[in-house]
Ligand binder design. Structure first.
Ligand code: ZN
Length: 316
């Protein structure tokens, strides 16, 4: 329907004067290139045109399918573009091994928050935009040979902000990991606590941290993976509590943003401040792992971290 109206409008705009050559009898022919006759014509016709993305780092034009095939990593300079939670989970777990839990948990507008837009309308528009019900997906899946409790945040839903649902889903995930003796892995990306839920958001920091403390008491591993960006209340709770803390290259990680820190301290910030590379040098994170290597590296770390547990089970 929209195509027809676009074509009609465009054809009027394109021919304000009498055409020198006869106008095409079918409107579509003036906008859709006919495939050239030849051996490659069928393949070319299958590829839609105009789906290119410019890399913000190296400025290369990348065909979207190539970007998707490479897990949204620039094939030229390895810049890591944002990736959706479902796509990320798909890249990590063994085929058909992931069982989502608490998929239907949705936020309530407890504070009846109204600003420029109401919280209820924000939730609705973000759900529509992303196809998600909140900013994290949790479930049990297999990475390599190891079953894990896996949580993956999604920045596209309200900036990956942590409200009651994110906190509750992660807490239930961690508790499921503890109950079943599984390692927990959480991929974070967040602007921080969700202001629309006020104190209810802030208490999720304590709740998730307490669940992780209980998980650690059972001598079960927790791996935190920081992706671009991970900030504020999320970084100040579960994201920084990993037994192993990994990060994607050039991810921005911190509590307050650099502008706030600069204004508060009245000091120049060092080059590379709050990047994963800077934080690796300063001991906050343990390793930087590119997205293409993440699954293999996690499988390797999981085998290492669970070997003692398996030996104990074999002796019992
Ligand atoms: Zn690039």
């Amino acid at each position: 329907m929209s195509t027809t109206s676009f074509l009609k409008k465009a054809s009027v705009a394109d021919s304000p004067e009498p055409a020198v050559t006869p106008p095409p009898s079918n409107h579509e022919t003036s906008f859709v290139k006919k495939p050239k006759l030849g051996s490659n014509s069928t393949r070319k016709r299958d590829i839609p045109e105009g789906l290119w993305t410019k890399c913000p780092k190296c400025e290369a034009m990348i065909y979207d399918k190539d970007l998707d095939d490479n897990l949204k990593v620039c094939p030229k300079c390895t810049h890591h573009f944002p990736i959706g939670s479902r796509e990320r989970i798909h890249s990590l777990v063994e085929t058909c091994s992931f069982e989502e839990i608490d998929a239907d948990l949705t936020s309530l507008d407890v504070l009846k928050f109204t600003g420029v837009a109401t919280y209820a309308s924000k939730l609705e528009s973000n759900a529509k935009k992303t196809g998600l019900k909140d900013a994290v997906i949790t479930g049990i899946g297999t990475i390599g040979k190891q079953r894990v409790a896996l949580g993956v945040m999604d920045f596209s839903f309200l900036g990956g902000s942590m409200g009651s649902v994110v906190g509750e889903k992660l807490t239930r995930l961690i508790e499921a990991g503890t109950d079943h003796g599984l390692p927990v892995i959480v991929f974070s990306t967040s602007g921080g606590a969700r202001m629309y839920e006020g104190m209810f958001s802030l208490m999720q920091m304590a709740k998730t941290s307490a669940a992780l403390a209980y998980h650690a008491k059972q001598k079960l591993p927790y791996i935190s993976v920081l992706t671009n960006p991970t900030y504020a209340g999320v970084m100040a709770s579960y994201a920084s509590l990993g037994d192993l803390i990994l990060a994607e290259p050039m991810a921005l990680i911190g509590f307050a943003g650099p502008r706030v820190i600069k204004d508060t301290t009245q000091a120049e910030l060092p080059p590379g401040f709050q990047t994963a590379e800077f934080l690796l040098d300063h001991g906050l994170i343990d390793a930087i792992v590119s997205r293409n290597e993440m699954k293999d590296r996690l499988a390797y770390y999981l085998e290492f971290l669970t070997s003692g547990q398996k030996q104990m089970a074999a002796l019992a």
